[in-house]
Design a protein. Structure first.
Ligand SMILES: *[C@@H]1O[C@H](CO)[C@@H](O)[C@H](O)[C@H]1NC(C)=O
Ligand SMILES: *[C@@H]1O[C@H](CO)[C@@H](O)[C@H](O)[C@H]1NC(C)=O
Length: 361
């Protein structure tokens, strides 16, 4: 009888994993990732033929319990996705992922009521490309976070309590200013951000070169700031982010959008940098408190294809002059504003690509 039971169990196990140590990692579970599914975008340096294993731990009572269950159970060649959720990890700062001695390529810590985190806990995560700390109570960006996560491509901090970004949150090291960041996707939606740090309201006359907190993120493609408490946004805070394609500022309280410096007609900035935001294709500004778009805000945003300005307080008229420079614009949503007319329709030729204009609510 027990022999039969054993056979059944091992049959069930063999279909899901070669995690030979499976029973030893209880209460965590593990399974071999399905290799038949195409790996889109195989990350640099990832072992193409090595084992990829998903490890899940739920309802853990401490980080120590996670460490006890997993430490020494995997080889360095095994790439691990580790998910720890719905757990109490109050002692996490006394330990750290180094203790686990695993090659974690993807780490998800969700619904763990995580609060203040010392960035040192991320030591030992030199192979991690994806980190999610979403759905916790984190009050600030853990520091130093990127020093230990040099291969990180995605950082998801959505649905936390972050109210500020400090000037050197994303610096790699305290002293030097290495700009070889890999981070492409920064998710900060559903937090309490009132400012982005580094740049305070810069007057247009001031040709300040002070760098914003985001400045080191040279590879950033996607910045999501939806559902925060931003009251103004200056394009200087994305200065130097030449790869940036998507900016989501929707559902904030933005009344003022500023370029941060006087627009120059030749579009070349004093220091030879490209204009901030010049590569953005997709901009989400819906559900804010914008009343006007004055000041040639978008001058130089030649890549912008989709601009959503719905659910603001724009009106009673928007001059297409205000949208000057948007040569590639295809989709413009101006619905749910206080508009009665569109001015300067003769200038519509400045948007040769515009295919969709949603104007009426
Ligand atoms: C931004 O993040 C939210 C979740 O926080 C998501 O629902 C939304 O789709 C994201 N925006 C874009 C443009 O991807
Ligand atoms: C703009 O945003 C609103 C509100 O989120 C949405 O309903 C609408 O579909 C968006 N417009 C376009 C053109 O995507």
């Amino acid at each position: 009888m027990s022999g039969l039971l054993y056979t059944l169990l091992s049959f069930a196990a063999s279909t899901s994993l070669h995690c030979a140590v499976r029973r030893e990692i209880s209460p965590c579970t593990c399974r071999q990732e399905d290799f038949s599914a195409p790996i889109s975008n195989p990350p640099l340096g990832s072992p193409l033929h090595g084992e990829r294993i998903e490890v899940e731990c739920e309802k853990m009572e401490s980080f120590n319990q996670v460490a006890e269950a997993l430490r020494g159970r995997f080889t360095p060649e095994q790439s691990i996705t580790l998910r720890v959720s719905h757990s109490y990890l109050k002692d996490i700062s006394r330990h750290g992922f180094k203790d686990l001695k695993m090659s974690i390529t993807r780490l998800e810590l969700n619904y763990d009521k995580l609060g203040v985190l010392n960035g040192e806990i991320f030591a030992g995560l030199g192979r991690t490309q994806y980190l999610s700390l979403a759905d916790n109570e984190v009050p600030s960006i853990p520091r130093p976070i990127l020093s230990h996560l040099s291969l990180l491509r995605t950082l998801d901090l959505s649905r936390n309590r972050i109210s500020r970004i400090e000037a050197d949150d994303f610096k790699l090291h305290e002293d030097d200013f290495i700009e070889a960041e890999m981070l492409e996707d920064l998710q900060l939606g559903h937090n309490a951000l009132t400012s982005l740090g580094g740049v305070t309201s810069v007057t247009p006359e001031e040709t300040t070169t002070s760098n914003s907190a985001l400045y080191p993120l040279k590879s950033l493609k996607c910045l999501n700031l939806t559902h925060n408490n931003l009251r103004e946004f200056s394009f200087t805070s994305i200065r130097g982010l030449r790869e940036l394609k998507m900016l989501d500022l929707s559902n904030n309280k933005i009344q003022r959008l500023t370029r941060g410096r006087a627009p120059t007609e030749n579009l070349v900035e004093v220091d030879g940098d490209e204009m901030a935001g010049a590569g953005i294709q997709d901009m989400h500004l819906q559900h804010n408190e914008l009343r006007s778009l004055e000041g040639s805000l978008f001058l130089g945003m030649r890549q912008l294809q989709r601009l959503n300005l719905s659910h603001n307080a724009l009106g009673p008229t928007v001059g297409l002059r205000d949208l000057k420079g948007l040569d590639g614009l295809r989709k413009l949503d101006l619905s749910y504003n206080e508009l009665t007319t569109l001015e300067d329709t003769s200038e519509v030729t400045i948007h040769p690509c515009l295919r969709t204009l949603i104007f009426f609510s």
